[in-house]
Design a protein around this ligand. Structure first.
Ligand SMILES: Cc1ncc(COP(=O)(O)O)c(C=O)c1O
Length: 376
């Protein structure tokens, strides 16, 4: 069986070290906001060249808290890509704002030439989603945001470590939002998320919002033990156990991304002679291959045949946002979202994770080649 994803091999390999980290944090006497969290926040921003960072409970919370820190509320509009993950939209909706969707390019990233059409007097924010591991065309998005005085929140949930013209994603917009959901580039063994920013007052605000709106330290960084809320906040903590696992896994991150790239290269090599449409690379960005997304008009057949040979694949995502009943009413501009609709019908993702073996990738490719010969 070739699993689409599993943490079991990773756990087997690093079990001793992960258990040591968990035990150490359990014995520290700190469950939240302890040394592991402080260390992780510091290491994450150092690695990704951001001035400030706030660890939170999930990637969804990272987006919600960032939007809330900018004062986004009912009556506002936020622009994003039609093919994004549901949580981008749920974060926007949780503020009361309305999402406005833009179609995508063949690289599955927002089509920047279509953003301006969606801008109205109510538009406040653009959320470029760096989907599958590649960064959007940020130069153009910055130009538009400057012209219309909009803020940019980067959705980096799938692209940790990817760069745009030598700048890490998450440092280009006013906020960068990351997810540590187990399947992600830096996955933990539970939920987690992160917000990066270079703006001190927004950092302080995001930090308050993650903890019921409470200011925890005074001007001299002295701990304030006061249950006093300075603003409307939520509870979105990253606990010490998760932070300790993340501290360990962050030391491996370059190795993990390198391995994903090796596997992607192997897929490209093995599949280049087929009519499967392989990932289109964006020349200004590198790719961290959170997912290896391919396309074929007969995808259902391919998926079914692969399953028969015990090879798992996944469609990420099968429905563009405007095709889901929950969100349908917000979008009257379906005709403008054709590319995301076509892509959603043809895409599927092949297994790619650091512990996957070369021989397994070769096996997947051989099976695909045979299936294509039969169905074409
Ligand atoms: C593009 C994108 N944005 C946001 C999120 C939300 O992250 P989380 O699952 O940690 O809340 C995800 C994760 O699924 C994602 O893929």
């Amino acid at each position: 069986m070739i699993r689409f994803w599993s943490y079991k091999r990773e756990l087997k390999r690093y079990k001793k070290l992960i258990n040591q980290k968990i035990n150490k944090s359990l014995n520290s006497g700190q469950i939240f906001f302890g040394n592991e969290l402080k260390e992780f926040e510091k290491k994450f921003i150092n690695k990704y060249k951001s001035k400030y960072g706030v660890a939170v409970g999930s990637g969804t919370d990272a987006l919600f808290i960032s939007l809330k820190s900018l004062g986004i509320k009912k009556g506002d509009e936020v622009i994003t890509a039609a093919n994004t993950a549901i949580p981008t939209i749920s974060a926007i909706r949780s503020t009361g704002a309305v999402p406005k969707l833009v179609d995508i390019n063949d690289d599955y990233l927002i089509n920047v030439s279509k953003i301006e059409k969606e801008i109205t007097k109510k538009t406040k924010v653009i959320i470029p989603v760096h989907l599958y591991g590649q960064v959007c065309d940020m130069d153009e998005i910055i130009k538009i945001s400057k012209h219309y005085r909009l803020k940019i929140i980067e959705d980096c949930a799938q692209s940790q470590g990817a760069k745009y013209k030598n700048r890490f994603c998450g440092t280009i917009g006013i906020f960068g939002c990351f997810s540590f959901y187990p399947t992600k580039i830096l996955g933990t063994y539970g939920d987690g998320g992160f917000i990066t920013t270079n703006d001190y007052s927004l950092y302080k605000k995001a930090k308050r919002i993650r903890f019921y709106g409470i200011e925890t330290v005074d001007k001299n960084n002295k701990f304030l033990n006061k249950y006093y809320s300075n603003e409307d906040g939520i509870n979105s903590r990253l606990d010490e156990i998760q932070a300790s696992i993340l501290n360990f896994k962050l030391t491996l991150i370059e190795k993990l991304i390198k391995r994903r790239r090796q596997l992607a290269r192997l897929y490209f090599k093995e599949l280049k002679s087929t009519d499967l449409i392989l990932p289109k690379l964006n020349e200004n960005s590198d790719h961290v291959y959170h997912l290896f997304t391919v396309r074929h008009r007969k995808r259902e057949k391919i998926i079914k045949e692969l399953k028969k040979h015990l090879i798992e694949t996944k469609i990420i995502y099968p429905y563009p946002i405007h095709k889901m009943k929950t969100y349908r009413d917000y979008f009257k501009n379906h005709k403008r979202l054709k590319n995301s609709e076509i892509k959603a019908k043809e895409i599927f993702c092949l297994p790619i994770y650091p512990e996957l073996k070369n021989s397994e990738v070769i096996k997947v490719c051989e099976k695909i080649k045979k299936i294509l010969e039969k169905i074409n």
